[in-house]
Design a protein. Structure first.
Length: 172
């Protein structure tokens, strides 16, 4: 029902519209956004989902991953993830994440974090970061700060700040 494709520049306006619709005006106030400002998504880990046939075919979902430092070690932040409201609950979000996480692992990434609803992201292997272990660059409900190892043991001994990569921090 859904086809996942690599994001291309011409998808940009539709993605922005979907994110505005899904997250509303609070979109830019989130702590996760601090990690995106001046940063760039991993170009090989940006996806769009299409649904429909022929003239009905349209973009209905989007997901990107962002390079970050997790306790000084390279990692990824998953998100934003959004699916068109009429097509939610049909597996698009999970399909986007399964594709992205598999590609990220294949590319050698070892650790992924995100801020989101734990019961949903548990479906693709995320669990809660133990309280106090990692800090975000802004207030976050600790129960919503989640991680997933792509390589067993990648989270062992990791603690400290979640930050932008040094190159992105220097750019601002
Ligand atoms: C969250 C979102 C991406 C999920 O996409 P989706 O394509 O509807 O999700 P899927 O179809 O892959 O998964 C649906 C399943 O997850 C469950 N689910 C969806 N959101 C959930 C949540 N926040 N908490 C717990 N379970 C959730 C659904 O109940 C459904 O369960 P079922 O399979 O037992 O029926 C979509 O609802 C969305 O765009 N929401 C607005 C933006 C947003 O909140 N993004 C995530 C930021 S953390």
């Amino acid at each position: 029902m859904f086809e996942i494709e690599a994001e291309r520049p011409e998808h940009g306006p539709a993605i922005e519209a979907l994110l505005d619709l899904s997250f509303g005006p609070g979109r830019y106030a989130k702590a996760a956004q601090r990690l995106r400002e001046g940063n760039h998504p991993a170009p090989e880990l940006c996806y769009v989902a299409f649904a429909g046939e022929g003239a009905e075919r349209r973009m209905v979902g989007a997901l990107s991953f962002w390079p970050i430092l997790i306790g000084g070690k390279p990692g990824l932040m998953l998100g934003p993830l959004a699916v068109e409201p009429q097509l939610r609950g049909k597996g698009c979000g999970i399909k986007l994440m399964e594709k992205g996480l598999a590609d990220a692992k294949r590319l050698g990434h070892r650790l992924v974090i995100l801020v989101g609803d734990a019961p949903y992201y548990a479906r693709v292997g995320f669990g809660p970061v133990p309280p106090g272990r990692l800090t975000m660059p802004g207030p976050v409900d600790p129960a919503r700060l989640l991680y997933r190892e792509l390589d067993i043991g990648a989270f062992t001994g990791v603690k400290g700040a979640i930050e932008k990569p040094r190159s992105a921090a220097a750019a601002r």
